[in-house]
Structures are given as structure tokens and as C-alpha cells.
Design a protein. Structure first.
Lengths: 189, 179
């Protein structure tokens, strides 16, 4: 029981101080590994790789895994709840504020600037993924770009934007298709 | 009933998110904006901006916002529980074999393919969001500058969000004065 409370508290703190998305939780988790010995830094590093290969937000996946290592299934649930509790409280307060002041001209002005900024941050995150995906072996000009990945991206772009009917399919269809192409053509190699 | 619908929809979004919080955006646009009409593209952009500068996982923050807007405080809590539920189940189920899972060549190849798809889906989402957020020369300028800074520097997104908010207030005030 003590351990579960402690888990909740440690992940509550992580959720409270990690600003800017799931990856921002990692420094806090390395520190937690150091202080408590609940899990090792190596396990955490492995978990980052695993998080990228399972569905769900990386911060949440990592909390579930670390909680499981520490205290089994209850640990997994408690660590995740600890991580999201500060977010829920803070966002509910902000949402209340927005409902009350959403029509205020300063708040409206702020969002006029925030929306393109938010779009740009998402685009930048997409570019970072693209960098990893499309840049191949930088030792030669011929292998600099990963052609197979580029061809798949071109096909997907055409299918998701221009091909009638196909473009209205659920995004998960394209994700499944890409997974299949990745397996058939050995994309990770 | 609405709470159950919120939980199930966000659990579905959680299952379909591969590759971190941003990859959730295309799925949110489909499930929450187009299918359920619980939020608009503009609101999604707002939530992501606020999620960048408040603590916690962005996907969770966005779920709380949409849930609260749809069904009040209980809605916010239920939507958040929905979005994390699949993670808990999948990770706990895989915990014993998680090492093998990450090193399995089939899984690695599949995810290498999925990452390509995530790039394209994010591009599509950005185009959709851009249509509602980039309305004139000023907003186009803010988009371009922040895109360059965010990609080429390691500055915290909080700085960009705060700066853009201040720019927005100043630009709107100047515009009001002119009239």
C-alpha cells in the first residue's frame, strides 16, 4: 500500500513538472530510477524504444511500464493515474477560465497568434520525424535519401489527398497498409 | 451514455495513436472533429497550443479539454481515462516480453513503415489546421518564423507559445486602433 502511494506521488510530481509533452517526462524518470532503484536506467532506455512501437502516448506508456516493474498491474494503473492527475486538474482550471474569458478581446488576440504557432510546432514535430524517416546513409549522395520511404510517402500522399473515396478512409487503414509495406520490403534494414 | 461514448471514442484514439502525442492529431481530427463533431479544427489547434505550455502529456491534455467541453468535469476525467486505458492494458500485457517485442524484426519493419505514414498524416493535419489558423500575412509570418525556430533550435516550445500569444494581442490591438 505504501509503495502504491509512493508511486502515485512520484508520478504525480513527474506529471506536474514535465512541460512540453511525453518526452519531457524522461529526465524526471531517470532521476526517479536513480533515487528509488525501482527500475534501472537501462530498462527505461529500452522502454523508450518499446513506446515507439506500441500505440499510445509515450509518456503514458512509460509510466505504465515503470509502474508495472515496480508493483505489478496495480502499480501500472496507479503510476499512470498519478501522471495524468495534475494535467486533469490544471486543464480543467484553464478550460473554466477559457469559458469565462473566451470572448475577451485580449484572450481572442492571444489565440489569433497562438493558432499559427501551434500549427508550426506540430509541423516542426512532423519534420523531425521526416528527418529520421527519409534521410538514409549520409556517407554517399546516392544513398542520402531513403528512396523506398519516399516512394511510400508519395503513394500515401496521393491516396490520402486526391484519390476519390480512398482519401476518406480512416487514417488507421493507411497506418495498417504502411506497416504491411514496411514488413514486406524490410524497411527497418 | 455520453460519458460511455467519450470513454470509448478516446480509448479508440489511444489504440490508434502510433508514435507519440502528435501522431494522435490525424486520428483526433477524424474521430472527434469529423465523426463526433465535439470540437473544431480551430479548437484542436488551441488545445495543442495550451498543451505545449502546461505540464503533462499533450494527448492527455487535449482529451481533458474535449471531454470537459462535451460533458463537463466528469467528461474531462472520463475522456482522459479513456485515452490512457489502452496503454495500460497493452503495456501490462506485453510487460513480460517487452524486450523481445521491441527487438523483433517484423515489429521493427512494421514500425519503420508506420513512421512514413505518420509523416504524411501529420502533413495532412497541418494543412487542415493551417486553413483555420493562417488567415493573413501576420499569421503566415508567425507560422513561418516559429516553424524555422522550432526545427533548427532547441528553445523550449513554451517560449514560442508565449511570444506568439503576445504578438497576437499586440497585432489585434493595433488593428482595433486603426479602425
Amino acid at each position: 500500500m505504501m509503495l502504491l502511494l509512493q508511486l502515485f506521488w512520484e508520478f504525480f510530481k513527474t506529471g506536474l513538472f514535465a512541460i512540453g509533452g511525453g518526452l519531457a517526462t524522461l529526465p524526471f524518470l531517470y532521476d526517479l530510477a536513480d533515487r528509488t532503484g525501482w527500475f534501472t536506467a537501462q530498462q527505461l532506455t529500452d522502454m523508450i524504444a518499446v513506446s515507439e512501437s506500441t500505440p499510445g502516448p509515450i509518456g503514458v506508456n512509460t509510466a505504465s511500464y515503470v509502474g508495472f516493474l515496480t508493483a505489478g498491474i496495480p502499480g501500472s494503473v496507479i503510476a499512470t493515474l498519478g501522471l495524468v492527475t495534475p494535467s486533469i486538474i490544471i486543464i480543467l482550471i484553464i478550460a473554466r477560465f477559457l469559458t469565462a474569458f473566451g470572448e475577451n478581446k485580449y484572450v481572442k488576440g492571444a489565440f489569433y497568434g497562438l493558432r499559427p504557432a501551434s500549427t508550426a510546432l506540430i509541423a516542426a514535430a512532423g519534420l523531425s520525424v521526416a528527418q529520421v524517416v527519409f534521410i538514409g546513409d549520409t556517407s554517399s549522395v546516392f544513398t542520402f535519401l531513403d528512396w523506398r520511404a519516399l516512394i511510400l510517402a508519395a503513394v500515401l500522399l496521393v491516396c490520402t489527398r486526391w484519390v476519390p473515396k480512398v482519401k476518406d478512409l480512416h487514417p488507421i487503414v493507411f497506418i495498417a497498409f504502411s506497416a504491411l509495406v514496411g514488413i514486406i520490403f524490410g524497411f527497418a534494414a | 451514455m455520453l460519458l460511455l461514448e467519450l470513454f470509448l471514442t478516446f480509448a479508440k484514439v489511444g489504440v490508434m495513436t502510433f508514435g507519440g502525442g502528435y501522431a494522435m492529431l490525424p486520428i483526433l481530427q477524424r474521430e472527434v472533429v469529423e465523426n463526433k463533431k465535439w470540437a473544431t479544427d480551430e479548437e484542436l489547434a488551441d488545445y495543442f497550443a495550451i498543451g505545449q505550455c502546461t505540464p503533462g502529456v499533450i494527448a492527455v491534455n487535449t482529451a481533458t479539454f474535449i471531454g470537459r467541453k462535451t460533458a463537463g468535469v466528469p467528461g474531462g476525467i472520463i475522456a482522459t481515462l479513456g485515452v490512457v486505458f489502452p496503454s495500460i492494458v497493452i503495456i501490462t500485457a506485453l510487460a513480460g516480453v517487452i524486450q523481445m517485442f521491441a527487438e523483433n524484426p517484423i515489429i521493427r519493419n512494421a514500425f519503420a513503415g508506420i513512421r512514413v505514414c505518420v509523416c504524411v498524416l501529420i502533413l495532412n493535419s497541418v494543412i487542415k489546421l493551417g486553413k483555420s489558423s493562417i488567415k493573413d500575412m501576420w499569421t503566415a509570418g508567425i507560422f513561418a518564423i516559429i516553424l524555422l525556430l522550432a526545427f533548427f533550435t532547441n528553445l523550449s516550445p513554451i517560449i514560442f507559445v508565449l511570444l506568439a500569444g503576445v504578438c497576437g494581442v499586440v497585432l489585434k490591438s493595433l488593428e482595433a486602433k486603426k479602425k
